[in-house]
Ligand binder design. Structure first.
Ligand code: URA
Length: 238
């Protein structure tokens, strides 16, 4: 039976820092199997104990999943000697638990970025064979049309030799904008595909990855933990 400190279990969910756990315990808001917990350093076997905050059970999951609305101007990396990274947008207690971005967005690309310390999840979301769609909103210098959509659908081979799986392009009512759906994520892929069509990308934002959609309430630069329903949707992926 492995016993772990309450503050470690709760801060490991990514929802509270250790400092916050301390305050919650002090305020009598944390219970273990229904009994109010006295001290943050009290130890529990996480799989065998129902921990709750304000009566809401907290699952002591091993992994942390964060949805970030990546703004332009930050790197999808965990560290960089000169430039800000997406980890710099998270509070200190989430910078120390081995989170990494699941699939990179370019420095100037905005939108949905998942961060987790669940290694196998990256594979489930990114491997082309897993058929997990990534949807991007795009604005180009030019006018998108049915010929572009047909080229995407057919599977493009770019002038630089990149062979792309069949993809989708839906032209939106303002025809310099569209929704691009890819199953893979090669380097600069959306930009390269559209450059190849003579319509360079001016703005790119990822809206979804498989079952996870960018929360419209999250401003650029903001983050939140995934909800239980979102985590369940990820677990249900093949
Ligand atoms: N395609 C790109 O060109 N850039 C991204 O950041 C993501 C997809």
């Amino acid at each position: 039976m492995a016993l772990e400190r309450l503050d470690k279990i709760l801060s490991g969910t990514g929802r509270w820092s250790r400092r916050e756990v301390k305050d919650l315990v002090k305020a009598g808001r944390v219970t273990a199997d229904g009994a109010v917990v006295g001290r943050p350093e009290d130890k529990f076997e996480r799989a065998a104990t129902v921990l709750a905050v304000d009566g809401e059970p907290v699952d002591g999951e091993r992994y942390v999943y964060v949805m970030l609305h990546k703004p332009g101007g930050v790197l999808s990396a965990t560290e960089d000697p000169r430039q800000p990274t997406v980890l710099d947008l998270l509070p200190p207690h989430l910078r120390r638990i081995g989170l990494f971005p699941v699939g990179r967005l370019d420095k100037d690309t905005e939108g949905l970025l998942l961060l987790t310390n669940d290694g196998p999840l990256g594979h489930r979301l990114l491997a082309p064979k897993k058929h997990v769609d990534k949807v991007y909103f795009v604005r180009v210098d030019g006018v998108l049309d049915g010929a572009d959509a047909a080229a995407f659908r057919a599977g493009m081979t770019l002038e630089d030799g990149l062979r792309c799986l069949p993809a989708e392009l839906e032209v939106l009512s303002s025809p310099d904008t569209g929704l691009v759906t890819l199953r893979e994520g090669k380097y600069h892929q959306v930009k390269r595909m559209l450059s190849d069509r003579g319509k360079p990308v001016l703005y790119l934002k990822r809206l979804s990855m498989g079952p996870i959609h960018l929360d419209p309430a999250l401003e650029a630069g903001m983050w939140r933990p995934l909800t239980a329903a979102e985590r369940a949707a990820l677990e249900a992926l093949p």
